[in-house]
Design a protein around this ligand. Structure first.
Ligand code: HDD
Length: 710
């Protein structure tokens, strides 16, 4: 049956014009010549040398030699999907953009999620920021919202971006480490550039190791402007809120997932869409009236600061659904080009100096990545509206512009393309009043680097704080230079002294009383040192509970992966009862057995095995169920990997349900020490398991399992 929600958007229809089917066709060269041998080159005799004449060989090999384009300098590892955006209610009082006023529209989108530091083939589970870039193909032109899964950025001025990236990327002499911030150069930079600390502590938090792309928030980060019909401006911050809530894995899992399935997030996104479980995010806006620009104790133009939702609530205005996987990874996900400079009437920039620099960088990078100025003609990058201008030629011109003229004004082409009138929806930059000196400096109002990292840390649950301490200990433990570790300890102590003490203990170091130049060097060599960091931390809010993942949504178990451990003779009655409930709630049940092929239940029916135990790992699942059946349990006991599987599931604080003889199996595991645990369910109602699973993890178990020898 046709899935109505998957009806082609205008962009999909457009892309279909470029699809190339391979059904029932003859192999040809790029010139259309039919080919009857693509296995052998042209030789001088059966055992002779290959001839230069062999144009078939040359065409095939030349294409192959040039298959790769430079990977993105950052965000190289990514995964994309198509979908659409729908507006719940018009916000015309703030913006005249069609996408924000027309509730009947279904605006096509293409989204690319990414990690930042790693190469194209690196693991999905690196501790890192995730890119969250959305291309809206709107009726007034393309709007790109190129954000991340964290609401702030590392630096305040685009001028420092190359330094930041050079510090985090593999060290240039040895190209080590891949997709990891845990090394000397990064912490050398961070400890000397304290504006990074806010984003840095978010990277130490669970946000940096998401359970899935579908379970992370997205943020536009910068303060943008919304412009209404009257030309009035309101400041805005954009938020994406996942319908499934914000959830993460533990670091121990992340490390193991990287080995077991380094495509974990990519696969999860792909599988969910193929299964019809379309990922959804609601779009929210925080609106600040123009006159409130200076009302806050931080600067709205400073991208290292967030506006706590407790100060300005997020108003939900629409929903994005991803319902279609790309047809071709390279053509779409690799070649898609996002530019923060792509905006539409009703949306405008602010003077955030990071945003201003980005407006240059993204177009520039596409020139070398995609080879020339015509990258907007690549199918995935084409807007859904027609384009007409006098820009011409360049590498890979795909259109054939007709006519005698390519200049404006002209009379020979009847003045076309002519200029648009404002009433026809022309873009017009917001007329911000500027009366200033030309200076190379950083605004004094940006000079607070510790208040918001401290607010973030204070706002988290105990288990989240513990994860941050562990993350700092791990990351700094990987640094080889004591002076870098000590400087970081001092810097962290300015955020929270208890946190710094925990990390210092793990490193076996003392927190220095002071350090030479505890200063943000970005301010400039001749700046007044006294005026710089750290001044007294501001405390304008005790806590911001919305920053904690403990306060996210815990309603759904849809798409959660449940490992069911079985062997021949497993209890069909128990299994069926549990499976029916789980599947009704949208969870995915997978049978894990000692071998592949089929497994026979105690009612003599054969069941397809989803994975033989040797091919899978507990870290790829959200929860575990053991249905019992005497014969089956005896078999499972004999395979140590099942015991490891159960112990690991327990260590990672996941829900475990066992029925009947299943209890005999957990006697051999650490689970037996915790039968009172809220997420260990022995002979309980399947709904108890569902409820435990919806909570994502039982963090109350954390202290107990911390030192388990697995
Ligand atoms: Fe950037 C890619 C997000 C600051 C320069 N950036 C890139 C992508 C995302 C972001 C999600 C990947 C897009 C895709 O999937 O193709 N970047 C951000 C955010 C920033 C930010 C949220 C701060 C708020 N970036 C930033 C600065 C600069 C760049 C300050 C340069 C001055 N970013 C780039 C780039 C990339 C890029 C080098 C690499 C590939 C690309 O642009 O298309 O130009």
């Amino acid at each position: 049956m046709e899935d109505k929600s998957r009806q082609d958007t205008q962009k999909i229809k457009d892309l279909k014009n470029h699809h190339k089917e391979v059904k029932d066709t003859t192999l040809t060269t790029n010139q259309g010549l039919k080919v009857n041998d693509t296995n052998n080159s042209l030789k001088s005799g059966e055992r002779g040398s290959t001839l230069l004449e062999d144009f078939l060989l040359r065409e095939k090999i030349t294409n192959f030699d040039h298959e790769r384009i430079p990977e993105r300098i950052v965000h190289a590892r990514g995964s994309g999907a198509h979908g659409y955006f729908e507006l719940y209610e018009s916000i015309e009082q703030f913006s005249k953009a069609g996408i924000f006023t027309d509730v009947k529209r279904k605006t096509p989108v293409f989204v690319r999620f990414s990690t930042v530091a790693g190469s194209k083939g690196s693991t999905d589970l690196a501790r890192d920021v995730r890119g969250f870039a959305v291309k809206f193909y709107t009726e007034e032109g393309t709007w790109d919202l190129v954000g991340n899964n964290m609401p702030i950025f590392f630096i305040q001025d685009a001028m420092k971006f190359p330094d930041l990236i050079h510090a985090v990327k593999p060290e240039p002499n040895k190209e080590i480490p891949q997709a990891a911030s845990a090394h000397d150069t990064f912490y050398d930079f961070v400890s000397r550039t304290t504006e990074t600390l806010h984003n840095q502590i978010w990277v130490m938090s669970d946000r940096a190791i998401p359970r899935s792309f579908r379970m992370m928030e997205g943020f536009g980060i910068h303060t943008f402007r919304l412009i209404n019909e009257k030309g009035e401006s309101h400041f805005v911050k954009f938020h994406w809120k996942p319908k499934l809530g914000v959830h993460s894995v533990t670091w121990d899992e992340a490390v193991k997932i990287s080995g077991a399935d380094s495509d974990f997030h990519r696969r999860d996104l792909w599988d969910a869409i193929e299964a019809g479980e379309y990922p959804e995010w609601e779009l929210g806006v925080q609106i600040v009236p123009q006159e409130d620009e200076f009302k806050f104790e931080f600067d709205l133009l400073d991208p290292t600061k967030l506006i706590p939702e407790e100060m300005v609530p997020v108003q939900i205005i629409g929903k994005m659904t991803l319902n279609r996987n790309p047809e071709n990874f390279f053509a779409e996900t690799e070649q898609v080009a996002f530019l923060p400079g792509h905006i539409v009437p009703g949306i405008d920039f602010t003077n955030d100096p990071l945003l201003q620099g980005r407006l240059f960088s993204y177009r520039d990078t596409q020139l070398s990545r995609l080879g020339g100025p015509n990258f907007h003609q690549i199918p995935i990058n084409r807007p859904i509206v027609e384009t007409h201008n006098n820009q011409r030629d360049g590498k890979m011109q795909m259109d054939i512009p007709k006519g005698q003229t390519a200049y404006f004004p002209n009379s020979l082409s009847g003045g076309c393309p002519h200029l648009s009138k404002m009433a026809e929806g022309a873009f017009h930059s917001y007329e911000e009043r500027i009366d200033a000196k030309k200076i190379r400096t950083r605004s004094e109002s940006f000079n607070d680097h510790f208040s918001q990292p401290a607010l973030f840390y204070r706002s988290l649950a105990k288990w989240e704080q513990a994860h941050i301490a562990d993350a700092y200990t791990f990351e700094l433990g990987k640094c080889n230079h004591t002076h870098i570790q000590e400087r970081m300890l001092w810097v962290v102590s300015q955020i929270d002294s208890d946190l710094a003490k925990k990390v210092a203990k793990g490193l076996g170091l003392e927190i220095p009383k002071s350090i030479e130049q505890p200063i943000n060097q970005a301010i400039g060599a001749d700046a007044d040192v006294e005026k710089q960091q750290p001044p007294k931390k501001k405390n304008y809010l005790d806590t911001a509970p919305t920053l904690s993942q403990a306060n996210t949504k815990f309603e759904s178990i849809a798409t959660r992966q449940i490992a069911v451990l079985v062997a021949d003779g497993f209890s069909m009655k128990n299994f069926k009862k549990m499976k029916d409930v789980l599947e009704k709630k949208g969870a995915v049940v997978k049978l894990i057995a000692p071998h592949g092929g089929k497994v026979r239940c105690n009612e003599n029916m054969d069941h397809e095995v989803d994975a033989a135990i040797m091919t899978t790992e507990s870290v790829l699942f959200d929860a575990l169920y053991i249905p019992g059946g005497k014969k089956a349990i005896e078999k499972l006991k004999k395979e140590s990997k099942f015991i490891k599987f159960i112990n690991e599931t327990f260590k990672h604080c996941k829900a475990i349900a066992v029925d009947d003889e299943g209890e005999d199996l957990i006697k051999y595991t650490f689970v037996s020490t915790s039968k009172e645990d809220a997420a260990v369910l022995i002979n309980k109602n399947p709904m108890d398991f569902v409820n435990a699973l919806a909570k994502h993890r039982n963090w109350d178990r954390m202290e107990l399992v911390k030192n388990l020898p697995i």
